[in-house]
Design a protein around this ligand. Structure first.
Ligand SMILES: O=C(O)CNC(=O)[C@H](CS)NC(=O)CCC(=O)C(=O)O
Length: 318
């Protein structure tokens, strides 16, 4: 007789943004029992007010550090969301500018790593062409920039029936290349930004280079977010068997633009282990257990089962 044993481990601890008190209690429990590092995934409502945005983000980083985070993730447009092409361009800075300097100082003072998704970075020919990159910057706990990834896929989309019309390439230069995953205190972090999430080739490439964690700091539109956001994030986690951390913009930035929110953390099995909801700024703490990455990969060796790239291109030759 065949017997099937079904082993279900209710091991996922779900942390939502809802109650700071409940979360603190959960955290005290887990910090005392868990040997695993903590990440904080943040959600903000950036506006064109650069100063107000910095102070809101700084507060979240301080709170995350207070709760034991070794690395804090901020979303695309953490510096600002402009209300016109002109405003977006005029507020941009370079990596030596005031905004990045203040975050370097914050990282050093708090002894914490930062992922700053979607910084509006002036390009090399700014004086002549007035174009920017959409840059994801990693700053270490001594306040040094250790990696910069420039968004490769630009969001040029006209969904008239859904009221979504954005042309990122009108002011942004597509990034020239992927960057290798960065070794951090929470694991090896692979860098993407927002719309990049729709291109699984990028996530696979980062996984192949050793990523344990994929990051997609975002400012998803409300319409595309409701339809696609969580499905895409979970799919990227399931395919790569990585954690996926996606900081997000939420709510109304100005008259013309709102974002979907739901900054989330997904584990390597594809389970959502934290969600900031669709209403307010906040953060979610997530335990990064790299044993989960290795056991998921060991139990279902998808990456070893993958055929070589030529195999998937073979149809093109026929
Ligand atoms: O414009 C800025 O200042 C910051 N950049 C963004 O907000 C970018 C480009 S407009 N937004 C997205 O990529 C949304 C993608 C999205 O919503 C989807 O893929 O469905």
């Amino acid at each position: 007789m065949l017997t099937f044993r079904c082993i279900l481990k209710p091991s996922v601890q779900y942390l939502s943004c809802s109650s700071a008190l409940t979360q603190r209690i959960h955290l005290q429990n887990r910090m005392s029992t868990s040997p695993h590092p903590l990440a904080a995934v943040c959600q903000v409502t950036a506006t064109p007010d650069v100063e107000a945005n910095f102070s809101a983000c700084k507060q979240l980083v301080e709170e995350a550090r207070g709760r034991g985070a070794g690395m804090v993730f901020l979303p695309e447009g953490f510096d600002y969301i402009g209300s016109s092409r002109e405003e977006t361009l005029s507020l941009s800075q370079d990596l030596e500018g005031d905004t990045v300097s203040r975050y370097k100082e914050l990282a050093r003072r708090l002894d914490v790593w930062l992922s700053l998704g979607g910084f509006h970075e002036r390009g090399q020919n700014w004086e002549s062409d007035r174009r920017i990159y959409n840059s994801h910057i990693i700053i270490n706990n001594t306040g040094d920039i250790v990696s910069v990834y420039r968004k490769a896929h630009l969001f040029d989309v006209e969904l008239t029936d859904k009221g979504v019309s954005l042309k990122e390439s009108a002011f942004t230069i597509p990034g020239p290349s992927l960057v290798p995953p960065v070794q951090t205190p929470i694991g090896k972090v692979g860098l993407g930004i927002c719309y990049d999430l729709r291109f699984p080739e990028l996530s696979i490439a980062l996984q192949r280079q050793g990523a344990d964690i994929l990051t997609y700091p975002s400012a998803f539109t409300v319409a595309t977010g409701a339809a696609h956001w969580e499905v895409l994030l979970r799919a990227r986690a399931i395919e790569t068997q990585c954690y996926v951390l996606a900081a997000a913009q939420v709510g109304r930035h100005h008259d013309k633009r709102s974002s979907y929110g739901h900054a989330v953390a997904v584990d390597p099995w594809g389970e959502v282990v934290g969600d900031c909801g669709g209403e307010n700024p906040g953060l979610v703490m997530v335990e990064i257990n790299l044993d989960k990455v290795s056991s998921t990969r060991r139990n279902m060796p998808v990456q070893q089962h993958r055929r070589d790239t030529g195999f998937y291109h073979s149809l093109e030759k026929t």
